[in-house]
Design a protein around this ligand. Structure first.
Ligand code: FAD
Length: 380
């Protein structure tokens, strides 16, 4: 098996991810995928000798409205049925775990002790080391420029470094997945969306063992970093980027910070953690991430090209999903079918032509803007 990377490993969205790893999602399948990730990240250091920077500090999802608290009570009952341990706790316990949060309109919180955060580049390198130890070759500076198809099946790839014959290709090209899909005539509706988070200098009272905290009513999330906080979120007026094509030299690069777009999130963040008002901002990270028109991953085999698989469109939770996605994709390729019901994430849901780009972009923007809205959980 060979991994071809056009730049250096992590040079796409991975190097600038915030590293939150949350397991609770709105479908059983996605929750199970993320649970498999945590199970893997916990043992990666021991297994590979490379530290992925996993911090199993738990997470708090706080309710700042009665409607959110009701949603959380539903989720607690739902998730317990398939083995995800979580607990609905009162405002006092939430504040004991994250003392910098105010109790203003704090109705309670979901406490997930097995969640955490990870260093995204450390994780990618630990996964790569594990794969190398099992015989996988990595070629960097090896951009794929064409894919050879014979008799309706993949026959090889052409990289700048030369051609390679193969029976299976996995398109895991992040925001470039649409470009790689076009090499076999497959429309893959990934839309690069600009996502931002702020990193602060150390703040008095922040402890290294602070759990990740999300306040979905205020559209924001928080985690500890070197005694300060990482603060990000999903604004109501998000921005797509690179719709006319991604610049050829865009690798290990960020977008310019957009303080104006971040301002409403900062306001929500300060309302929950007032100490942020006096904190020193070190940087505002703005990076593109592959979104999809329905907010679900894009996984599986192309409808008309046998052996061409897709694993992309991770909608701002590709770090949380990576371990589990690797597991389900491996099973899908080996067995010819996914190991669980993944219809909601199947690349075939868009048809062979994908979705017309302007419509895909409009849908992705709407999905991003409503990321933290109250949702009913799906039970299959
Ligand atoms: C600011 C920000 C914060 C985020 N925070 C979180 C978070 O807290 N938690 C979380 O779970 N997720 C988070 N994400 C999302 C996460 O970063 C992504 O979901 C994840 O990194 C996607 O990984 P990937 O491997 O699919 O894509 P990428 O990391 O983009 O990797 C794709 C790779 O494919 C290579 N490539 C592309 N085209 C070719 C080609 N033709 N030939 C060879 N190689 C090619 C690229 O160079 C790139 O390295 C965040 C995203 C952003 C932007």
């Amino acid at each position: 098996m060979v991994v071809l990377e056009r730049g250096e490993l992590t040079g796409g969205s991975t190097f600038h991810a915030a590293g939150l790893v949350g397991q609770l999602r709105s479908s059983v399948e996605l929750t199970r995928i993320n649970m498999a990730s945590v199970e893997l990240y916990r043992r990666l250091l021991e297994e590979t000798g490379r530290d992925p920077g996993w911090k199993g500090v738990g997470s708090l999802r706080v309710a700042s409205s009665p409607a959110r608290l009701a949603e959380m009570a539903d989720r607690e009952r739902w998730a317990r049925r398939f083995g995800l341990h979580l607990e609905l706790v009162g405002a006092r316990e939430a504040r004991e775990r994250f003392p910098l949060m105010t109790d203003a309109s704090l109705e309670g919180a979901l406490w997930l002790p097995s969640d955490g955060h990870v260093d995204p580049a450390g994780l990618a390198n630990a996964l790569a080391d594990g794969a190398k130890g099992r015989g996988v070759k990595f070629l960097t500076g090896a951009r794929v420029v064409a894919i050879t198809v014979k008799g309706g099946r993949v026959a090889g790839v052409v990289a700048e470094s030369g051609p390679i014959a193969c029976e299976v290709v996995v398109n895991a090209a992040g925001i470039w997945a649409a470009e790689v899909g076009r090499m076999v005539g497959l429309g893959i509706p990934v839309v690069p969306m600009a996502h931002q988070y702020l990193v602060t200098a150390p703040i008095d009272g922040v402890r290294r063992d602070f759990p990740v905290m999300r306040d979905p009513d205020r559209l924001v999330y928080f985690r500890e970093e070197v005694g300060g906080l990482v603060v990000g979120g999903f604004e109501r007026r998000p921005e797509a980027w690179g719709l006319d094509g991604i610049p050829g030299d865009f690798t290990h690069r960020l977008l310019p910070p957009d303080w104006e777009r971040f301002a409403p999130l900062m306001e929500g963040a300060i309302a929950r953690v007032p100490a942020l008002a006096g904190a020193t901002a070190i940087r505002l990270v703005n990076g593109p991430e592959a979104y999809t028109p329905d907010g679900e991953f894009i996984l599986g085999e192309a409808p008309k090209v046998g052996g061409f698989f897709v694993a992309a469109g991770f909608c701002a939770h590709g770090i949380a999903g990576a371990g589990g996605v690797g597991k389900v994709m491996a099973a899908w390729i080996l067995d010819g079918r996914p190991p669980m019901d993944l219809r909601r994430m199947d690349v075939r849901r868009f048809g062979p032509d994908g979705r017309e780009p302007p419509r895909a972009a409009a849908d992705a923007i709407r999905v991003y803007a409503t990321y933290y809205d109250i949702r009913e959980v799906t039970v299959r």
